[in-house]
Design a protein around this ligand. Structure first.
Ligand code: PAF
Length: 290
């Protein structure tokens, strides 16, 4: 059995990648911030079936956090993460330090992308600068890893859309593969932030997906206003959670749906605060493009 390599140095990474490229091997890449759960493992499994070599990065990227406490509290569990990925057959884990990714004095390399509406709605308006940080780190990682394909979860649907747009605008030769959200048995979308929730909070948090599934299931028969009211009331019922936003949006532009009959693909999105933890989720309502 070939052992999984764990590398924290970008020059060492680059020489491994160069060898693989010279051998004509197809590279699949799963960028993560660690605290790995079944959602991440599903991405690694998919990458494993579609590529000759699989790289997972584990890096809590400071430039995408607009709240210092959120960055400080983000779970960091490298040893248990490595134990979870190795049996799936990842070939290499790249786990750099902040100094390795952002050496002092080096050009910060933020790609100049016009994200249009993707940069105005939902996460973009509630977390200023977040997507700039995501694009910066993903662009840097793509340059280091030079993958053929990169795998991202649909739980962060807006992030996926932003990365697709960046890849298209800079013409990066990487196929961006979106993968369905993996859920706990009670419907809660798997997220690294769930590790910060108590058992009771995880039960409470299941109300978020329940509300989104209600919107999906009643989309034809109810008005958007009724759906919003029902979803917000369901989530906030016990006074434990607070809705930051719920949006029924065009799955391409992510702008709120105005004409429900003139839109081909629609999703419902939510961001919710539960104590100090912020959770996001989204569910497909309609997809005539599939
Ligand atoms: O989704 C994440 O875990 C992060 O935003 C990503 C894509 C690894 C960039 O830091």
């Amino acid at each position: 059995m070939v052992l999984m390599q764990v590398i924290d140095n970008k020059r060492v990474l680059s020489s491994v990648i160069t060898d693989w490229k010279e051998a004509g091997l197809k590279i699949g890449f799963v960028p993560t911030m660690g605290a790995l759960h079944e959602g991440h493992l599903a991405l690694v499994r998919k990458a494993r079936t579609e590529n000759d070599r699989v790289i997972v990065s584990i890096f809590v990227n400071p430039t995408q956090f607009n709240n210092p406490d959120d960055l400080k509290n983000y779970p960091r569990t490298l040893d248990s993460d490595l134990k979870k990925i190795e049996p799936i057959g990842a070939d290499l884990v790249f786990a750099p330090s902040v100094g390795e990714m952002y050496p002092p004095g080096e050009d910060p390399e933020v790609p100049e992308i016009n994200l249009g509406s993707l940069d105005q709605v939902m996460e973009a308006s509630h977390r200023p600068g977040h997507f700039k940080g995501v694009m910066q780190v993903v662009y840097k990682l793509f340059k280091m890893v030079r993958p053929d394909s990169a795998y991202f979860g649909e739980k962060d649907f807006q992030q996926l859309a932003v990365i697709r747009e960046m890849t298209k605008q800079i013409n990066l030769p990487v196929a961006i593969i979106g993968c369905p959200t993996v859920r706990e048995s009670n419907g809660l979308a798997m997220s690294s932030r769930n590790a910060l929730l108590s058992v009771e909070q995880r039960i409470e948090a299941a109300k978020i997906s329940r509300a989104l599934f209600y919107v999906r299931d009643n989309w034809i028969t109810s008005s958007p206003d009724e759906l919003f009211q029902h979803a917000i009331a369901g989530i906030e019922k016990n006074g434990i959670m607070k809705v930051e936003y719920i949006s029924i949006a065009d799955a391409q532009t992510l702008e709120p749906v105005i004409n429900r009959n003139g839109t081909n693909s629609i999703r419902v999105f939510a961001a919710v605060r539960l104590g100090s933890v912020r959770l996001i989720d989204n569910v497909e309502i309609l997809n005539n493009n599939a």
